[in-house]
Design a protein around this ligand. Structure first.
Ligand code: SF4
Ligand code: SF3
Length: 562
């Protein structure tokens, strides 16, 4: 057995991980993830052929699939794809169980189809296996691997679509956790996923990439409604970076419902709560700010977790990506939940059925009580909470600053952080940008510059943090709002530039959303995705003006129009 994965920015030699993931993923795990994605594509194809796709085509025997089935399949597809996002699951048993779930669901969808019609379905839609039979699952690797498509151009477009859907799945699952879903969007996800198996024409696959971008906009809008509808609009907040003397729990990842339930369950226990990485923006929500024992943020982005989790001294709750293989120094203190999993790490089970059901974090809280307080890493505070509602509330001030020339341009620098040394580029760009520029950010890329002293412009901080990577939607809303205020026909006439950092698939989803919204000239780095072939890169450059970052001096000069 060997593996092949090139879905993230840190892939080996920027070509592909073939022995073990740079992320720590084992060969067997990588292969099971490919098979899981393949099974989900087969399920989508079966459903699409049965008439559920957004294209509305009648399936074999003219059958159609009702909304309830689409809901069940849609939810399964979200979970299956989200599980395979970088740094979510390292657990083969869970992956195999999920493959079983997907295949069983496909079987149910196909029950309405006659044996004769069934035998005519394309192989992935018919494929079934016993999930316990790993050999049968591994037998699918050649078909499931990205390498199954020998043409590097169609493979690039297919993989870009699949990775875009993985991010959509993550955002859709976050919305679903809060009770928000969109059946029409599920139909569209199913249609696109099915088409990754049936299309082989480069033009049609390019259209599929664009469709994925439009679906990304829809899911990010849905998640924005879910987050703000449940927890209120983020507001300008000073986030404490220091520690107190109580024992604490560190919560990371992107799941705000876990955050809320943890805060509720720790109330009055003498245990404090701190955020890490992508949970930092939880500090900006009115609902969470009212808890006295919610102290602030501890540490930086995901890749520094081995040092920072060790220094925290108390239990850590990983709600979503990015988990890295835990070090012995804190492995006993780490808990996963939701889709995140690592063999040998304690896992908090899902909520039961019913609207009032909650997760049970008592084991985490009990452990915290016996742990020393966190070791202080830093002091002071950072300011954030500039999601679209807050920026809109400040619109007059912002518009005046632009009109008077106090703000020359905005630079969107959202996305992911990562380990690569070349990512100093983003710190250096932030430092080199002149004082009349404002950085708009979202995602963990911000940790490269959010603690620099960059000052403010007439009271507007020079780094405006909208939130998590999924809140990049806020940045698009802000840009579209400015376009409206300035009476422009084209968003590209705005004084706004893009310098996006990517690592995992959600950043690709955000990128596709920006392209779908018509933003041109987006710069990405630190490297071009390994799965993008030279021809496809050319199409992206010619159609969307996509650029790869160059040097700090060159890019800053281009941004400020020097
Ligand atoms: Fe390699 Fe990234 Fe895939 Fe991990 S997710 S195996 S680092 S390409
Ligand atoms: Fe970060 Fe993983 Fe992508 Fe949510 S936590 S942006 S990398």
């Amino acid at each position: 057995m060997s593996m092949f994965c090139f879905q993230c920015q840190e892939t080996a030699k920027n070509t592909g991980c073939t022995v073990r993931g740079v992320c720590g993923k084992q060969e067997s795990t990588a292969n099971l993830q490919d098979v899981l994605v393949y099974a989900a594509r087969g399920l989508a194809l079966a459903v699409d052929l049965a008439g559920a796709g957004a294209s509305g085509g009648a399936g074999p025997k003219g059958s159609s699939i009702d909304d309830e089935t689409v809901r069940v399949v849609g939810r399964t597809v979200l979970r299956a794809l989200f599980t395979t996002v970088t740094n979510v699951s390292f657990d083969d048993d869970r992956l195999a169980a999920m493959i079983g779930e997907v295949l069983a669901q496909k079987k149910r969808v196909l029950t309405s189809i006659s044996a004769e019609a069934l035998s005519e379905l394309p192989r992935p839609a018919r494929w079934s296996a016993d999930a316990q039979d790993r050999a049968a699952l591994y037998a699918m690797i050649p078909e499931a691997s990205p390498k199954a498509d020998a043409n590097e151009d169609t493979r690039a477009l297919r993989e870009l679509t699949i990775y875009g859907l993985k991010g959509i799945a993550a955002y859709g699952d976050h919305a679903l956790v809060l009770g928000y879903e969109d059946i029409a969007l599920y139909r569209e996800i199913i249609r696109i996923l099915a088409a990754t198996l049936t299309l082989s024409d480069q033009g049609e696959l390019t259209t599929l990439v664009v469709d994925t971008g439009h679906a990304a906009v829809r899911v990010m809008e849905l998640l924005d409604r879910a987050n703000t509808g449940t927890y209120g609009n983020p507001e300008v907040t000073e986030v404490n970076l220091g520690v107190r003397s109580n024992p604490g729990i560190l919560i990371s990842g992107h799941d705000l419902k876990d955050m809320h339930e943890l805060l509720e369950q720790t109330k009055g226990t003498g245990v404090d709560v701190y955020t890490h990485g992508e949970m930092l923006p939880a500090n900006y929500y009115p609902t969470f700010k009212k808890y006295d024992h919610f102290v602030g943020n501890y540490g930086n982005s995901w890749w520094l977790q081995d040092k920072e989790f060790a220094a925290f001294n108390g239990p850590i709750l990983m709600t979503t990506n990015c988990l890295t293989p835990p070090k012995e120094s804190y492995k006993e203190r780490i808990f996963t939940t939701g889709l995140v999993a690592f063999p040998g790490v304690k896992h908090i089970s899902d909520r039961g059925e019913g609207s009032g059901a909650t997760k049970d974090f008592s084991a985490v809280i009990e452990m915290a009580k016996s742990c020393p307080a966190p070791t202080e890493l830093e002091q002071g505070a950072i300011t954030g909470g500039f999601a679209h509602a807050q920026v809109t509330a400040l619109a007059d001030k912002v518009v005046d600053a632009v009109k008077s020339g106090a703000i020359r341009t905005f630079v969107v620098m959202g996305g992911c952080d990562g380990r690569q040394k070349g990512r100093n580029y983003f710190t250096d760009v932030a430092k080199a940008l002149p004082n009349d520029t404002v950085i708009l950010t979202a995602g963990c890329a911000k940790f490269r510059y959010n603690k620099l002293e960059l000052g403010d412009i007439n009271g507007i901080p020079r780094v405006l943090d909208a939130g998590q990577c999924n809140d990049s939607y806020s940045l698009a809303v802000i840009a579209l709002k400015l376009k409206e205020i300035f009476g422009l026909d084209d968003v590209n006439d705005l004084p706004i530039d893009f310098d996006i950092a990517w690592y995992e698939q959600k950043a690709l989803t955000v990128l596709l959303a920006l392209l779908a919204l018509g933003f041109k000239g987006v710069r990405i780095g630190p490297t071009l995705p390994a799965f993008v072939s030279p021809n496809v890169a050319k199409v992206l450059v010619e159609t969307f003006g996509l650029k790869l970052i160059t040097t700090v001096d060159e890019d800053v000069a281009a941004i400020v129009g020097a």
